[in-house]
Design a protein around this ligand. Structure first.
Ligand code: AMP
Length: 279
């Protein structure tokens, strides 16, 4: 696997692949790789002749007082894991390479960024879209793979790709979970053992609501109440949102339908976790 840290080298590599008619599949990450990331890379392997990942903890998607400094990093292990799954290039730029002196251009996707994580993290998706568009311009992917774990992010990126005529096809891969159901996340590393134990409550709560939906409950308030009641029993868990939204525009629904998104965000101690299921 080749490791590239400069913007111009990345562009040259992608240009060379494209001249050779290779299909480029791309997986952007913030590193501290786990099985969820690796599943995206395996999916990318199936879709493309050349697989690129990026490892970049993007400062512009973190708000003031968020966990940019605390975000876990494990460069050597990441490189080893990516090599093992057959990634061709890991693009690992420094912050000053992506945001040089004088940087002042940002991408804003409007409506679909307003609810859920967008409400509690103002500016977050502006940072995400800006870095994803920059990475797309450098890597020139035919296909880019994102995780359902960050459902809103996948929708926002899809919207941006459509609106800005980005030629990459956006593929969304399923959420990979720990044996107790907790969605894999680099941030799980920040949990104490007790918090880690309690964190399984997020997916349990979502599953409770999903089961009720399967049994015929369609009232959104009732479904949310079921999930919320479970979460409120967990000591030290601070619920940020628990919402049922339609999947295409993230509009709030009062009657649940197949495919709707039930999404949750909660803090355990200082660590913010998100999860979601489709009904
Ligand atoms: P991150 O490094 O957290 O920014 O995530 C990079 C990509 O991996 C994003 O597209 C995430 O949605 C995806 N991802 C993160 N966790 C998981 C998971 N547990 N299962 C599937 N994809 C994931």
């Amino acid at each position: 696997m080749r490791i590239i840290d400069s913007v111009s080298e990345m562009q040259q590599q992608s240009d060379a692949w494209r001249r050779d008619g290779k299909r480029i599949a791309f997986v952007p990450t913030m590193g501290y790789l786990h099985a969820g990331h690796l599943a995206l890379m395996q999916s990318a392997r199936k879709h493309g002749d050349a697989v690129v990942i990026s490892i970049f903890v993007n400062p512009t998607q973190f708000g003031p007082g968020e966990d940019f400094e605390r975000y876990p990093r494990s460069f050597e292990k990441d490189i080893q894991l990516a090599t093992e799954v057959g990634v061709d290039v890991a693009f690992v730029p420094q912050v000053r390479e992506m945001y040089p002196e004088g940087f002042q251009s940002y991408v804003e996707v409007t409506k679909v960024t307003l609810p859920l994580c967008g409400r509690s993290r103002p500016g977050h998706f502006r940072g995400v879209c800006t870095v994803v568009l920059k990475l797309f311009n450098l890597v020139q992917p035919d296909i880019a793979v994102f995780g359902q774990k960050d459902a809103q992010q996948s929708l926002v990126v899809r919207r941006m790709a459509r609106d800005l005529n980005i030629p990459a096809r956006i593929v969304v891969a399923p959420t990979i979970r720990e044996p107790d159901g907790l969605a894999m996340s680099s941030r799980n590393e920040c949990l104490s053992p007790l918090e880690r134990y309690r964190a399984a409550a997020l997916c349990q709560a979502l599953e409770l609501a999903r089961k009720a939906f399967r049994k015929g409950e369609r009232n959104a308030a009732a479904l949310k109440k079921l999930a919320r009641r479970h979460l409120l029993k967990i000591p030290g868990l601070r619920l940020e949102y628990l919402e049922l939204r339609n999947i295409s525009h993230l509009r709030s629904v009062s009657q649940a339908s197949h495919g709707d998104l039930l999404a949750v965000a909660a803090f355990l101690g200082k660590t913010r976790l998100i999860d979601n299921v489709r009904l």
